[in-house]
Write a protein that binds this ligand. Sequence first.
Ligand code: NOJ
Length: 532
Amino acid sequence: MWLSPVYPSPQDDNGYDISDYQGIEPVFGSLADFDELLEAVHARGMRLVMDLVVNHTSDEHPWFTESRSSTDNPKRDWYWWRPARAGHPAGAPGAEPTNWRSAFSGPAWELDEPTQEYFLHLFSRRQPDLNWENPEVRQAIYAMMRWWLDRGVDGFRMDVINMISKDTALPDGAVVGDDGLADGSSYYTCGPRIHEFLQEMHREVFTGRADRLLTVGEMPGVTVEEARLMTDPARGEVDMVFQFEHVQLDQGLTKWDVHPLRLTALKASLGRWQAGLAEVGWNSLYWNNHDQPRAVSRFGDDGAYRVRSATMLATVLHLHRGTPYVYQGEELGMTNVPFASIDDFRDIESLNYYAEAVALGADPGAVLAALRVMSRDNARTPMQWDATTHAGFTTGTPWLPVNPNHDVINAEAARADEGSVFHHYRRLIALRHTEPAVAHGDFTMLLPDDERVYAFTRSLDDVQLLVLGSFSSEPVEVSVPQGEAWAGAELLLGNVARDISPVDLPLAPWEARVYRRVIAPAADLARGEYKS
Ligand code: NOJ
């Protein structure tokens, strides 16, 4: 279980702006409540992973308050402070030390009036970036991590951890877009000291601990080659990474420039990650998290085929090789939200983008349309427990209103219905435990040019699994290479009830099937692979 940040925070970015790394935000409870939760999680044989947000802090963190207090404060160097660009008066347009754009719109530098210097913030101006070049910063972070492990937590999901090493020359980037700013990400994505920092963290925090811990690094812009290095167990960096390629295929230059997804592009991307981390390293698998719109609305059909397409997506994802992540509500097939106006949004990324785009002359209706599809708030409405007021999430006023469809889509209804998305997720998780090929088998992509069918095999020893998933609202013919080898194969799992289901039976809309066969020695002989 991975908790998004629950630390004290002014909530400028939903808790990703932390003002105290060793406490719990009162809105969520206390440290005593946290300990109780951890104990209860452990008692159920589960593990709990904290969100580690150490690329930046909140501007209300005492480290930053000290750092900003004067240019000669001992913590001044804990953050990235720079004077205005040479020849420019501080505060003048374009005087920022670099022309980088922040992830939440506007320049990545903010002028601090009293000292007339700028500080770097790759995210909101209330999230100043820590200076990892300073060894005291690193040691303070490692000490805090050890403190949580000593308390019993089982690992960390590391927020934008591939951004902690910056090019200290701070070069300008090439200007792209209408705001005169540049994408500076090549100067802080997997920067010059990233492997050194991750290895040092591993040594200082994790080495020698008896418990089996889990680390997953969130890494926007990471390549397969970098990820292989980062997740090679012999190098001692992280167990796995969250990469972003497959959740950017339906976008243009920015995430708000929404394109239809081409299934062939999705297969090419995920297939490349499967192959790239096959021998060394490990994949994480996800469609959803708190930053992504709901998968069933994005990649499936959240109308007539909501249950069918949500279960198909789950089947395809969970049968890949790697560690699957389920984001709260995904297992119910929760959908995007019918936001009526900009006043319905809370997320800083969405609000800043809207304000900036409209100020630059964009049509507010078109901006809103893009937000409805891509905004992070789609994933941030309350968990839908039941059909009552606020979906049983709270008796107070929730941060965002619940999705109006909670009367139909909710945990109580899903648990009572064997055909629900929830029960399908349970079957997928059970299958991972009973069929070793799911966790350990090799992966081979099939039908790479098919725009409607996702197909692959998994192989372990003499067991082979075949996974078919339809991304179409029409029935589709499917022709599996060497389909005759699958005659009589066992249908392990599917999302359409069938009496018979040979592999060449056309797939119903959004149908998923998983077959299993045991490769007989005779078949091996015929292929000349049998070794006595
Ligand atoms: C990635 C997190 O997932 C996102 O929610 C957050 O806004 C940024 N990092 C900044 O911490």
